[in-house]
Design a binder for this molecule. Structure first.
Ligand SMILES: Nc1ncnc2c1ncn2[C@@H]1O[C@H](COP(=O)(O)OP(=O)(O)OP(=O)(O)O)[C@@H](O)[C@H]1O
Ligand SMILES: [Mg+2]
Length: 323
């Protein structure tokens, strides 16, 4: 692809499977994290979803979101959530223009393609819900006027798993709005050493090139939407959800919204494999990151240290797989 084609970004020229392959390969150049984790981020984008990263400070979350935007020539913005942040700081606000003698809309950070929201649990519930609404609706309404967000729109929210003091933890009902939860973790020793060496000489993010453009992403999203789901596979997804709903160890199982997210991610994965139909293995491959954060454990399960991940594994293990 020439630079000219990139600048215009008008027509898609990269196949959906190639978009994923190229972006994952590009992310691998800068972010030291398991390939599956990086792939999950790109699948989230194709599945029109949003991601929540639960991890410690300084493990590459910002780096990941920035590299994703850079790889695809998408706009990037970052918001640090704080208790005094207002809903309009997220969505945008009408400001009075003295010259024109009228109000004009000043779009907020949700009008970018990739929005990194750091410490989502530190803003007030009101501000959190303004963001979650924008995520859900892909639009915002300010003073009675509705504005459509620019697509693609991917929120990458972060949450620190240890520091809960003075925070407003997202209730499970809100976590349900996130397509997948992931964590980066610490890289293996040799990788981390290499990363330190790179960062202190020539940080690779500065040299990271684009591998596809916005039009390619939008086309890939359409391709993922069009992926065929056979009846038995659709039912398989519902059976998995039902397994979590009937589990005596869970206080709350997976919602229909969780099922939609699961199927969307499975479709995006099928695209990555160059298929135009979903296999049960696509569903299985994404089930843990898509479902685990949405389940509420019962008191007994909590006491025995069961985690959402294990409940999903159990559902996968006990639900018959369609042939
Ligand atoms: N897994 C990793 N791969 C590549 N670089 C990393 C990784 N972890 C940390 N770094 C480097 O460490 C520095 C901090 O990373 P980054 O800002 O992305 O962390 P963060 O998770 O966003 O931290 P915070 O929670 O404080 O915002 C960057 O220079 C980044 O390049
Ligand atoms: Mg950061």
């Amino acid at each position: 692809m020439t630079d000219g084609a990139r600048a215009g970004d008008a027509v898609a020229s990269v196949s959906a499977a190639d978009v994923v392959r190229r972006v994952v390969a590009n992310l691998e150049l800068v972010v030291r994290a398991p390939r599956a984790t990086l792939e999950l981020c790109v699948l989230g984008l194709l599945a029109e979803g949003h991601l929540i990263i639960e991890d410690f400070p300084g493990v590459g979350k910002t780096m990941l979101a920035k590299s994703l935007a850079r790889s695809l020539h998408l706009s990037f913005s970052r918001l640090q959530f704080t208790p005094d942040l207002l809903p309009t700081d997220v969505t945008g606000v009408n400001v009075f223009n003295q010259k024109a003698n009228e109000f004009e809309f000043k779009p907020g950070p949700v009008f970018g393609n990739i929005l990194l929201v750091d410490e989502i649990n530190r803003a007030s519930p009101k501000t959190q819900s303004a963001l979650l609404e924008a995520m859900q609706e892909s639009q915002v309404t300010i003073d009675g006027t509705t504005y459509a967000l620019e697509l693609p729109f991917l929120v990458v929210a972060t949450q620190n798993p240890i520091e809960y003091e003075g925070t407003y933890p997202l209730p499970e009902a809100q976590l349900d709005r996130f397509t997948a939860r992931l964590s980066l973790g610490y890289p293996p020793l040799a990788e981390e050493a290499r990363m330190l060496a790179e960062q202190t000489t020539a940080p690779p993010l500065e040299r990271l090139g684009r591998v596809a453009g916005r039009a390619d992403v939008l086309a890939a999203i359409e391709t993922a939407r069009a992926v065929y789901v056979e009846e038995s596979v659709g039912e398989y997804v519902v059976r998995l959800l039902r397994h979590t709903r009937s589990s005596s160890r869970l206080a709350l199982g997976a919602s229909p919204r969780a099922g939609i997210a699961l199927l969307r991610m499975a479709k995006a994965r099928a695209v990555t494999a160059g298929r135009d139909f979903v296999l049960p293995e696509d569903v299985q491959a994404v089930a843990v990151p898509v479902l685990s954060h949405r389940l509420i454990l019962g008191p007994e399960a909590r006491a025995t240290g069961l985690a959402g991940e294990e409940a999903v594994e159990e559902a996968l293990g006990e639900t018959p797989v369609p042939a």
